[in-house]
Ligand binder design. Structure first.
Ligand SMILES: C[S@@+](CC[C@H](N)C(=O)[O-])C[C@H]1O[C@@H](n2cnc3c(N)ncnc32)[C@H](O)[C@@H]1O
Length: 241
């Protein structure tokens, strides 16, 4: 699963017993060598799907990590790009990957964005981070994305198809989430990271309640499942106006 340059099992265990912020600070130097970084094929597919909706002015990457989504925004935005993340360690790697003048990196909680950024963006993206939010936090998270966008702006993110019930991946993700629930019941600080807490129907409903008009686009570049359904869809949530 990991390359020889990636974190050791011991390093991962120490990170998983830390808070989310501290865990990512520790993981940051090796994060790009882990499967947790959004793969380039998905980033490319999202950029291609976004292109006909643009060009965009200013772009925001929520939970930007080492900057995977910042690269996408640089391809589709004509204005400045802002990456927000909790972890100073991850932001330092993002800065190294994107030294360009038009890229701004802000240490902040996506649930409490700095007021200065609100209402200013034409597009907001987020990759690989929703497992860090509990379902009950989704309304607050989506409200922040809504407030960050100008009227007519879009909040866009990919959502993978859930694994078939009973498949190897289904049980692997079920087992991971169960282990994290046990970990969080007995250990402090908590490390919120679950794979099965972001089902598309509920996400659509929460986005709608936050005020967005929602559509989804199949990301065919990522492939289709044996039954012909897309492996991954792009959620495009538009702030009316
Ligand atoms: C799995 S990484 C994904 C990074 C990047 N978006 C990517 O796709 O490669 C999750 C990121 O979310 C950040 N994160 C988690 N909770 C956050 C929060 N409440 N506010 C801001 N960032 C958060 C972590 O610090 C970490 O950098």
């Amino acid at each position: 699963m990991f390359s020889p340059q990636g974190p050791t099992l011991r390093e991962l265990a120490v990170q998983a017993l830390s808070s989310v912020e501290r865990g990512y600070d520790l993981l940051a130097p090796k994060f790009d060598q882990t499967p947790f970084r959004t793969p380039d094929v998905l980033l490319g597919a999202v950029a291609e799907a976004l292109r006909p909706m643009g060009p965009f002015g200013r772009g925001l990457d929520l939970c930007c990590g080492t900057g995977a989504g910042i690269g996408v925004l640089r391809r589709v935005c004509e204005g400045d790009v802002v990456g927000v993340d909790l972890s100073a360690g991850m932001l330092a790697r993002a800065r190294a990957a994107h030294p360009e003048a038009g890229v701004h990196l802000v240490r902040a909680d996506a649930l409490a964005l700095p007021v200065a950024g609100l209402g200013a963006f034409d597009v907001a993206v987020s990759f690989g981070s929703f497992g860090h939010f509990l379902p009950r936090q989704r309304p607050a998270l989506f409200a922040q994305a809504y407030a960050a966008l100008r009227p007519g702006g879009r909040f866009v993110f990919p959502v993978g198809a859930p694994p078939r019930v009973g498949s190897r991946w289904y049980w692997a993700l079920w087992g991971f989430d169960a282990a994290m629930r046990v970990r969080n019941a007995v250990w402090r600080p908590p490390f919120v990271m679950y794979y099965r807490t972001f089902p598309l129907p509920e996400v659509r409903e929460d986005l709608r309640r936050a005020g967005f008009a929602v559509e989804t686009v199949a990301l065919d570049a990522v492939g289709r499942r044996p039954d012909g359904s897309p492996r991954c869809r792009l959620v495009v949530a538009r702030r009316p106006g």
